[in-house]
Design a protein around this ligand. Structure first.
Ligand code: ADP
Length: 403
């Protein structure tokens, strides 16, 4: 890396998509952002916005066969604005990796041993880690000389005490198969809990925060003095809150029942709980905007789906209040948390005795900035804190390669 290398490319490789951002670490400026979708289909789409060049979004459609082709297409777009992957200003590539198991609790420079370990974790993250690996290998092939860093979704949760991380099942069986609660969205929970402390004018070590990351996937975490002490996702991202398409918490016996009585296969049950449950399973929609619209029109199924979603959220706020003992702030983040004022209002409604309340006019404000939405009298600060996982990945990557 040269002294002028201050840029980090962040890659988030999903099974059929690659999201990317090129960030200048001098001031966190986004130079380019984009997304390749539907990789492997005839109708792949690349949307690239060259922010540094002040350019408009450029969209191209047409078959992109695999991740290799996708990354090459991204490199071509970047090069068109003088931001190519061959640029000496590129310091590193930071990869989001979903599952880091017990081994990876810090951002890690990727070498062959690290790749092997990420591969070894595929059985516990079958949907995510293979895509992450493909993204890494493709990027390595394009810039073999450049440091590539893995930033793990599970890492922030590694501080969970054993009694929060272990399931109450036979210890030998659990250990033999690495079955425990790992938690996900860690990059977001880390970033948002820190930002929330800053919003309160405090050091993270001084505050206890409940972070509610409510996107299409959703998770809650209890963060005590900057360290995660509990989180709602478990071995996989299926546990916990009601999500866009995932059930969240469910009696495990439901799965035996579906197998023995309904005759479903393991794969069918997997799809049911991960893709056809949650909000979409309950009412046919997983977009909170659409659900609110239907509720406004008097749709009962949408209303019930919303109420189930809120009920679960409230249970986690209560549980994490008990886990933390003292709560200084509740922070809402991600697509739903940042935008859906009715969700924030309903989740905190009736919690005045716990020191939590939402001020209706503050809650109605739309902004990209971290902000408080609780009235002054409330003992607990309720906040909206936009997440920025890409910036967090870039910062962790840059800090590591400069260490
Ligand atoms: P993910 O990263 O998990 O795909 P996001 O954090 O981008 O998801 O959140 C996406 C979700 O946010 C959408 O499915 C939708 O439910 C919700 N959302 C986005 N914008 C709004 C809005 N203006 N009002 C209500 N909900 C919104």
């Amino acid at each position: 890396m040269t002294a002028t290398a201050t840029r980090v490319l962040v890659l988030n490789s999903g099974s059929s998509s690659v999201k990317y951002q090129l960030i200048d670490m001098n001031d966190g400026t986004r130079l380019a952002v984009g997304l390749v979708e539907r990789i492997g289909e005839q109708t792949s789409r690349l949307a690239h916005t060259p922010l540094a060049a002040g350019g408009d979004k450029r969209e191209t459609e047409g078959a992109i066969a695999d991740h290799d082709a996708a990354l090459k297409a991204v490199a071509t777009e970047l090069a068109a604005d003088g931001l190519g992957l061959d640029s000496p200003q590129l310091a590193a590539i930071g990869h989001r990796v979903v599952h880091g198991g017990l081994k990876f609790t810090e951002p890690t420079v990727i070498d062959d041993a690290v790749l092997k370990e990420i591969e070894r974790l595929v059985p516990v993250a079958p949907l995510h880690n293979p895509a992450n690996l493909t993204g890494i290998r493709t990027a390595q092939a394009m810039r073999p000389d450049l440091p590539q860093v893995a930033v793990f979704d599970t890492a922030f949760h590694a501080t969970m005490p054993e009694y929060a991380a272990r399931y109450a099942i036979d210890v030998e069986t659990a250990d033999a198969h690495r079955i425990r609660r790992y938690g996900f969205h860690g990059t977001s929970h880390a970033y948002v809990s820190r930002k929330t402390a800053a919003l309160l004018g405090k050091d993270p070590s001084e505050v206890n925060v409940i972070v509610l990351h409510l996107g299409n996937g959703a998770s809650a975490s209890a963060v005590a003095g900057g360290r995660c002490v509990d989180t709602s996702m478990g071995l996989t991202p299926l546990e916990g809150l009601v999500m866009g398409t995932r059930s969240g918490d469910i009696d495990p016996a439901v799965t035996f029942h579906l197998k023995r009585v309904a005759g479903m296969s393991t794969d069918e049950i997997d799809v049911l709980l991960n893709k056809k449950s949650g909000l979409i399973g309950l009412c046919g929609d997983n977009d909170m905007r659409e659900i609110r619209r239907r509720i406004d029109e008097g749709d009962e199924r949408a209303r019930l789906a919303f109420d189930i979603y809120i009920h679960r959220l409230k249970k986690y706020i209560g549980a994490y209040s008990a886990v933390l003992g003292r709560v200084d702030a509740v922070a809402f983040t991600a697509g739903v948390g940042e935008n859906a004022a009715p969700v924030r209002e309903a989740a905190v409604a009736g919690l005045e005795e716990m020191g939590m309340a939402v001020d209706a006019s503050l809650n109605a404000v739309r902004s990209d900035e971290p902000r408080l939405i609780s009235p002054e009298y409330a003992r607990v600060a309720v906040a909206v804190v936009p997440t920025d996982e890409e910036l967090e990945i870039a910062q962790q990557t840059y800090a590591l390669v400069n260490a």
